[in-house]
Ligand binder design. Structure first.
Ligand SMILES: *Cc1c(COP(=O)(O)O)cnc(C)c1O
Length: 421
C-alpha cells in the first residue's frame, strides 16, 4: 500500500494521524465506521482559493451538498464564505448553522414552489433559475408576496468537462441550465417581468474537473454572453462560474488555484461583475477520511481475495455509483506483503464495494483501515439501507477534536413508524 500524499493525514510512529490526533485513538473511542475531518484542511483550501483570486472582486459560496454537516458549513461561513444550497433541506441546514439567507445562493434544476417561496420569504441573495418556465413561476410567487426576486440564470455553455458522465453537467444534452443558444433571448424576455431583478449569469459544467481547458472555454463563452446582455441595457452584477474544481483521489493531474486564477483572471478583468465561485469537493474531499474495521477475509476457488469491512455503500456510495477510486491505507502500518483484493461492505448488493482488484497490504480481521478522500459526497450520500445507522462525524482541529454528529441510534431508524402500528 502506498501512502496517500497529504499534509493533514500523516503517519507518526507507524500510526496514521489527522493533524495531531491519532486515528487509532478515535476509532477506539468512537468505533467505526467513522468520518473524521481536518478543520485546518478546510481552512487552508478556502484561503488558497480565496487568495488566488484576491485581485478580482469575488466571493466563494461553499457548495454545502458536498458536506452539509452544520459544523462544516459554519467553518466556511466563519471564514467569510457564503453557502450554495440546493433544496429546502440544505437551506434549513445552512440556517441552523447560523448562515444569513443574504449569504446563500438557492440552486437546483427542479425547485418546488415551496422552495422558491422559502427563498423569497427569507431573502436569499439570489435564486438561480434553470428554465424560462421557472422564471415565470418565480415571478408569480414574487408578485404574490409583493417582493422583487433576485434571479440569476443558469446557462449551459455546451462544453465537455471531460469528467465522469454522471457528474458532467455542461453539455447541451444534460438536463442542467438553459441552452446557450436561447440564453440571450431569455435574458431579454425575463428582464421584462415585473417582479424579477436579473442579477447575473451562472454556469456549472460538472464536477471533478481536472483539466483547465473546458473551464476556460466555458468561461470565455459565458463572458461573451454577459457582455452582450450588458450592452442590451440589462444591468447584471454577478458572473457565477459554479464549482467543479477537481481534486486528487489517485494519480490524476489536477490544476492549482493559482493556475486556475492565471487563466481566468484576465477574462474576469474585462467584466463589470462580481465573480462567484461555488466549490464543494475542492474544499472538502481530501479533508475527510472514513475509518473502517476489517471484519473478515476470504479467498475463492479462482484465487480472488475479499476483504469484508464494516463500511459500505451506505457510508460511501461513490465507488458503487461512479466506480470512483478511493485510496485505502492502514491506520496502523502492517509489515506484510501486498495482495490484490476486493474490499467490500456488508450490504446485500454485488455493487457494494469500496475498492476492486486493489493492491493492498495483506490485512486480517481486526485491522483498521482509512478510506481516504471521503470528505466530499460521503456522509451526504449515506443511507439507512439494510437498516444501517449513519456513522458519527468528528472534526479535528490541531490536537483537539469534537463530535459534530453522533452515530445514529436505532430510534432514528424507525422515526415515527411505531405510532402507526
Ligand atoms: C454540485 C454543484 C456544485 C459543487 O460542485 P463541486 O464539484 O463539488 O465543486 C456547485 N454548483 C452547483 C450548481 C452544483 O450543482
Amino acid at each position: 500500500m502506498t501512502n496517500f500524499k497529504s499534509n493533514y493525514f500523516t503517519y507518526k510512529d507507524n500510526n496514521l494521524y489527522c493533524e495531531k490526533v491519532s486515528l487509532l485513538k478515535l476509532s477506539e473511542e468512537f468505533a467505526t465506521p467513522l468520518f473524521v475531518y481536518s478543520k485546518n484542511f478546510f481552512i487552508d483550501r478556502y484561503k488558497e482559493l480565496n487568495e488566488a483570486f484576491s485581485s478580482v472582486n469575488h466571493k466563494i459560496y461553499f457548495a454545502s451538498k458536498s458536506n452539509f454537516n452544520l459544523s462544516v458549513i459554519k467553518t466556511f461561513y466563519e471564514l467569510g464564505s457564503g453557502v450554495d444550497v440546493n433544496s429546502a433541506g440544505e437551506f434549513y441546514r445552512a440556517l441552523k448553522a447560523g448562515v444569513n439567507p443574504k449569504d446563500m445562493l438557492l440552486t437546483g434544476v427542479g425547485k418546488t414552489d415551496e422552495e422558491i417561496r422559502l427563498g423569497l420569504e427569507k431573502g436569499v441573495m439570489v435564486i438561480k433559475a434553470e428554465s424560462l418556465e421557472e422564471v415565470y413561476v418565480i415571478n408569480n410567487i414574487a408578485t404574490e408576496l409583493g417582493v422583487t426576486a433576485p434571479v440569476a440564470i443558469r446557462v449551459n455553455p455546451d462544453v465537455d468537462a471531460e469528467t465522469h458522465p454522471y457528474i458532467s453537467t455542461g453539455l447541451a444534452e444534460n438536463k442542467f441550465g438553459i441552452d446557450s443558444v436561447y440564453a440571450y433571448d431569455m435574458f431579454v424576455e425575463c428582464s421584462k417581468l415585473s417582479n424579477i431583478e436579473l442579477t447575473g449569469i451562472d454556469m456549472h459544467i460538472g464536477s471533478q474537473i481536472t483539466k483547465l481547458e473546458p473551464f476556460v472555454e466555458a468561461v470565455i463563452k459565458m463572458a461573451e454572453l454577459y457582455k452582450k446582455i450588458q450592452s442590451a441595457g440589462i444591468k447584471l452584477k454577478h458572473f457565477d462560474i459554479g464549482g467543479g474544481i477537481g481534486v486528487l483521489y489517485n494519480n490524476e493531474s489536477t490544476f492549482t488555484p493559482k493556475e486556475f486564477s492565471e487563466k481566468l483572471t484576465p477574462i474576469f478583468m474585462q467584466l463589470d461583475a462580481k465573480i462567484l465561485f461555488e466549490p464543494g469537493r475542492f474544499l472538502t474531499a481530501n479533508g475527510g477520511v472514513l475509518l473502517t474495521d476489517v471484519l473478515y477475509t476470504k479467498t475463492n476457488s479462482l484465487g480472488k481475495n475479499f476483504v469484508v469491512v464494516n463500511s459500505a455503500m451506505t457510508e460511501l456510495l461513490r465507488p458503487s455509483l461512479y466506480k470512483s477510486y478511493h485510496h485505502i491505507q492502514p491506520i496502523t502500518k502492517i509489515d506484510n506483503e501486498n495482495f490484490k483484493a476486493d474490499v467490500v461492505g456488508p450490504v446485500c448488493e454485488t455493487g457494494d464495494y469500496i475498492a476492486k482488484e486493489r493492491e493492498i497490504t495483506m490485512v486480517s480481521r481486526g485491522d483498521k483501515l482509512a478510506i481516504m478522500s471521503a470528505g466530499a459526497y460521503g456522509m451526504v450520500m449515506s443511507s439507512n439501507y439494510n437498516g444501517r445507522r449513519r456513522p458519527a462525524e468528528i472534526l479535528v482541529d490541531g490536537s483537539e477534536y469534537k463530535v459534530i454528529r453522533n452515530r445514529e441510534t436505532f430510534e432514528h431508524l424507525v422515526f415515527d413508524e411505531e405510532k402507526h402500528l
